[in-house]
Design a protein around this ligand. Structure first.
Ligand code: XIL
Length: 371
């Protein structure tokens, strides 16, 4: 909050405060964040990545996961620093429909309630994927009509349950191979490539206001896989399928951020869809050292800057915010330290680099009332 807001608050009585806040708050979170950025010292509270991003009309968020919510120090930063939340596991099929037709949403509901209480928007992740599926689903030899019905019921029930609470859904996750062909999943093999259009259409019927995405990794820069995603989205748009966005997961490696990331975001934007950076982390060979930390800081700055440079890049989500809870070490042997906070929840150089690019980038979104 800026000093002028504080002065204003002192001048008005307690009874008037609630009413005043109701008027002040919606006026512009962006202006408050911008004011903090301009005057970071002299008693004004430090800004946060979420507020700095909001000054550009974008969000800066983090994934989280239910087991982490018993860590009070972790939760305190999660709730104060970030403007958006993605449940990292709790909306996946294995956990939401563990037995056929029996839906379990309690853990995701809990995360969404926390997000709502802190004014954070939510990304739903994910409806159609080939991983983290329940055994009943993967162990049955479905006919196409049967699998069609199973998929439709899952999407309709899950999206319907969260209707109005999820800003955007990763409807289809990781549908492509590295060479741009379709991944041979149970969905593709049984239903054909049409499963993608069907999933989007069913999700749209269940929550017409939610932004519907296809999300994948290694489509961050130009290349065969991102060309294929481009062509897929263009063809879905041409058929009138409800597709609103492309998610660039951005599981990246220190020193290897694709140089074409901004160009790639731009070409998706030109198709008339949003882009979101959905699962950003930038891993290194362990152990950390100062040189790797510095390169990682520059790399985070590059990715965030690329999103800031394109109006329809709506925001950035890091795949959890601390190395304490990163998925990287369990999957990429010998690698880790991929996030802006270390295992003790202390800020790494990447944090300052992200805050700096969010504070200094010139392409601020137009303010209300200006053209
Ligand atoms: C990961 C989670 O972070 C892990 O906790 C889980 O064990 C496996 O899945 N791409 C995705 C995410 O779309 O859902 C994955 O999340 C990371 C890769």
């Amino acid at each position: 909050m800026s000093r002028s807001h504080l002065r204003h608050r002192r001048m008005i009585g307690t009874l008037a405060m609630a009413a005043a806040a109701a008027i002040l708050v919606p006026l512009s979170t962006a202006n408050v964040a911008a004011a903090d950025t301009a005057r970071p010292s002299h008693g004004a509270p430090a800004s946060t990545l979420g507020r700095l991003a909001a000054a550009h009309g974008k969000y800066f968020g983090s994934a989280t996961d239910s087991p982490e919510l018993s860590d009070a120090a972790y939760v305190s930063i999660l709730n104060s620093e970030f403007g958006q939340i993605t449940p990292g596991n709790d909306m996946k099929w294995a956990y939401t429909e563990p037995a056929q037709g029996q839906f379990v949403f309690a853990k995701a509901d809990n995360i969404l309630a926390m997000a709502r209480a802190h004014g954070q928007s939510v990304r739903g992740h994910t409806l159609v994927w080939h991983n983290q599926l329940p055994d009943w689903l993967t162990s049955t030899a479905w006919t196409a009509p049967q699998l069609d019905a199973v998929l439709k019921n899952h999407i309709t029930t899950e999206v319907g349950h969260f209707r109005g609470e999820v800003r955007a859904w990763d409807v289809v996750n990781e549908p492509l191979n590295e060479d741009g062909t379709y991944r041979q999943t149970m969905w593709y093999e049984t239903l054909g490539a049409g499963y993608i259009a069907k999933a989007l259409t069913w999700a749209h019927a269940a929550d017409p206001a939610a932004k519907l995405y296809i999300n994948d990794y290694n489509i961050d820069g130009l290349g065969a896989k991102s060309d294929a995603m481009y062509n897929l989205v263009a063809s879905l748009k041409a058929q009138g399928v409800p597709i609103d966005g492309v998610g660039l997961q951005a599981h990246l490696i220190v020193g290897q951020v694709p140089s074409t990331i901004q160009k790639n975001i731009q070409r998706f934007a030109a198709l008339g869809v949003e882009v979101a950076i959905t699962e950003l982390d930038i891993r290194m060979d362990l152990p950390r050292d100062a040189a790797k930390d510095a390169q990682q800081a520059a790399d985070f700055s590059t990715v965030v800057g690329a999103c800031l440079a394109v109006r329809t890049c709506v925001g950035i989500t890091i795949w959890d915010y601390t190395d304490k809870y990163s998925w990287v070490p369990s999957v990429f042997t010998g690698q880790g330290a991929a996030l802006p906070y270390d295992e003790n929840l202390a800020k790494k150089p990447a944090y300052a680099a992200i805050a700096a690019v969010l504070s200094t980038h010139r392409t601020l979104a137009p303010r209300p009332g200006r053209s």
